[in-house]
Design a protein around this ligand. Structure first.
Ligand code: WTA
Length: 668
């Protein structure tokens, strides 16, 4: 499908409104558009009382003095208050007499003859496990304010590890298990981390991801800068051999065996760092997005409550299929869900192991009530066939969610009809690592939905589509997506790089002389005020819902001796949404070949990780450039999409110069 067809498709569907259905389980917390509108208006007109009242529902060791103080770009929320994320996720429920309720349900990937392994933790059990690991971290001399790096599979110890950090006021930096040793080393170095928590291996589609081996390589790289790092390893018995380094490696099970299971939550200032999460930008190395304790907690838990209609005591089981290595997992597997006292479900492995119906089998067996996934997964399910879904009883589902990239209307309709049986509201949640939680999203019992639109802003979010001058554009005109007021979950900085924080988010648009938060996405609002995200406006591409900077991939390519110059652009991809196309010029002595393509793909895998491997690599004798020397990316995008024919001459290298000359002069 070409992009223009996609637009026609969305316009056709746009006239179609799906009214919120009656609840199939717990009553809707907000059950009419009017109620949403009233609350929204209040949240914008009087954020202090709006958020102040909500924050009162959380535990504070010391109540805040001021709800918000803001001088762009610096926001402080719940100023002067002290609290603890782990306390609000776990201890509060134990204190209130719910210690025996299930907090976390986990299922492993391998399916033995007795079925898959399932583990359940109550709040009281989690409290002990977290306390033990918190004591372990202290024993390894992790102090309040230090950053602990976590590189693990999707196992309960991952949730326990991050909550243990939160308990003692250490920040965590979770790195997705698909990243390479080099990527780990870069992040550990930037965060000045002294401890890495990992696993011997992780299951993925029946194969083992060698996590410990990657950590070993990362530590080797770090040794060059004389950095000392300890590794705590969870034994997963994946049967991959690992090397053991007595002086720095510790088994998780040995350490937790030796410590006390009591550890008090440390009262932390609202504005103390909660965690770093590294994300790709349009330039240079990934940046450490910094979130703080109080605002992030209140914002993620409140958005989770209303967007997923979380109601304790109603037998709900919430499942988000993301990896905790991404913000979606941080906010909507752990920190936003647990304060709501609804159990959160975690699955270790791939959606098609052992069969293509694994997810639906899980939904049926565990009676999942809220299901949250990404458009790329939905497109894969569509391709695998309806029968894998329809053979299961999915009647437990109450809300379906999607996140990560714009969802194409066909995938939306399929999700609605085949998974939701036409009766389940879909929440298409637009947000970012930087925003901490949902920004633009329907509320399931209140907002009529339109396939492909993330609809209306969440409480407190003053989102707008503006031009470069900060003026709102008319309905159905494209512009820049900005947020004009602070919200509790907003990022507080880029770790160690104030200038990058300002340049990236606060320099594009000013309103009344003051900078406003610029998301980096293009958007339009339709005549009903609904938002339609049109995609990134910077050099970031969204591959299967994962953000990648084109510069990162280009730098990795030119780091290979065969490549002199590289340009990376996005291209349409049936499943991933956007695939990666790389155009390279070669050093003398190298010839274009499939073998070289394979080598370059493997090289990218080592430098960044498998998710960054290009879907297409094309070799050319020169990259098309404007007169001012800029690479003509728009032309390359058209070539990658097959919209511009390139006549290959007899040589193996493609010559784009002719097409470049035919294009209307300079690209800006
Ligand atoms: C894109 C993921 C359209 C967008 C939570 C954003 C979306 C980037 C949606 C953030 C959506 C995320 N509709 N686009 N519902 N959700 N995006 O930081 O381009 O991994 O800027 O956060 O994903 O990606 P990130």
């Amino acid at each position: 499908m070409s992009q223009s067809e996609g637009n026609i498709e969305s316009i056709l569907h746009e006239s179609r409104l799906f009214e919120p259905p009656a609840p199939s389980g717990a009553p809707w917390l907000i059950d009419s558009l009017d109620e949403y509108k009233k609350l929204y208006q209040r949240s914008i007109d009087d954020p202090k009382s709006f958020w102040g009242e909500i924050a009162d529902g959380f535990h504070w060791f010391h109540k805040w003095k001021q709800v918000v103080s803001f001088e762009a770009p610096d926001a402080k929320w719940f100023v002067g208050g002290t609290t603890n994320l782990c306390y609000n996720c776990v201890d509060k429920h134990v204190r209130d007499g719910y210690g025996d309720e299930v907090a976390l349900v986990w299922e492993g990937e391998p399916v033995g003859k007795d079925g898959p392994e399932v583990k359940r933790f109550t709040y009281a059990e989690l409290q002990k496990e977290i306390s033990k690991f918190a004591n372990v971290l202290r024993g390894l001399e992790v102090h309040r304010g230090d950053v602990v790096t976590i590189y693990m599979g999707m196992i309960p110890e991952l949730a326990i590890a991050i909550l243990a950090c939160a308990r003692i006021g250490a920040a965590h930096s979770v790195i997705f298990g698909g990243f390479s040793a080099q990527a780990i080393a870069d992040r550990v170095e930037d965060a000045k981390s002294k401890v890495i928590v990992t696993c011997d291996g992780a299951w993925r589609r029946g194969n083992v991801v060698p996590l410990k081996e990657n950590v070993d390589h990362a530590i080797e790289i770090l040794k060059q800068s004389k950095k000392k790092v300890a590794a705590v390893v969870v034994r997963q018995r994946c049967k991959n051999g690992i090397e053991w380094h007595e002086e720095r490696d510790y088994w998780w099970h040995d350490l937790v065996h030796e410590v006390d299971d009591q550890c008090e939550c440390v009262p932390l200032d609202s504005e103390e760092m909660a965690f770093l999460l590294y994300t790709s930008g349009s330039t240079g190395k990934p940046k450490g997005i910094k979130h703080t304790v109080g605002g992030y907690m209140v914002y993620t838990a409140t958005s989770a409550k209303y967007v997923f209609n979380l109601v304790p005591g109603e037998g709900q089981l919430y499942w988000c299929t993301a990896d905790i290595g991404w913000i979606t997992g941080h906010s909507y597997i752990v920190y936003g869900i647990m304060p709501n006292r609804v159990p959160t479900f975690m699955y270790e492995g791939a959606p098609n192991h052992p069969e293509a119906d694994r997810f639906w089998d899980i939904v049926e067996r565990h009676k999942v009530t809220q299901f949250y996934t990404a458009p790329t997964a939905i497109r894969a399910f569509m391709k695998w066939g309806d029968e894998h879904v329809t053979k299961h009883d999915l009647s437990s589902l109450q809300v379906l969610g999607t996140v990560g990239e714009p969802i194409n209307p066909e995938a939306w309709m399929w999700y609605h009809n085949v998974v939701g049986g036409g009766e389940c509201p879909i929440v298409d949640t637009y947000w970012q690592t930087e925003t901490g939680g949902h920004m633009i999203t329907p509320l399931p019992g209140a907002t009529p939905t339109k396939p492909g639109s993330c609809t209306l802003p969440f409480f407190g979010v003053d989102a707008a589509v503006v031009d470069q001058e900060g003026k709102e554009v008319p309905a159905n005109h494209g512009g820049l997506l900005v947020v004009r007021k602070p919200w509790p979950g907003m990022l507080r900085g880029v770790y160690g790089d104030r200038q990058r924080f300002i340049d990236t988010y606060w320099s594009t648009v000013k309103i009344d002389g003051k900078p406003v938060y610029t998301a980096g996405d293009g958007a339009r609002r339709d005549e009903h005020g609904y938002f339609w995200i049109m995609g990134r406006i910077d050099d970031v591409i969204n591959v299967s819902g994962h953000r990648l900077g084109t510069m990162e991939v280009e730098s990795a390519l030119v780091a290979h001796e065969a490549v002199v110059e590289a340009a990376v652009v996005g291209m349409p991809h049936e499943i991933k949404g956007t695939g990666i196309a790389a155009f390279c010029t070669l050093a003398t002595g190298y010839e274009a070949s499939d073998d070289l393509r394979d080598k370059l793909r493997a090289h990218i895998g080592e430098q960044i990780g498998a998710i960054a491997k290009p879907d297409m690599i094309r070799f050319t004798d020169s990259l098309p450039k404007t007169r001012s020397g800029k690479i003509m990316r728009r032309l390359l995008r058209s070539i990658a999409a097959g919209e511009v024919e390139v006549n290959q001459d007899t040589s193996t290298l493609e010559d784009f110069s002719v097409v470049a000359r035919l294009q209307a002069t300079d690209e800006s």
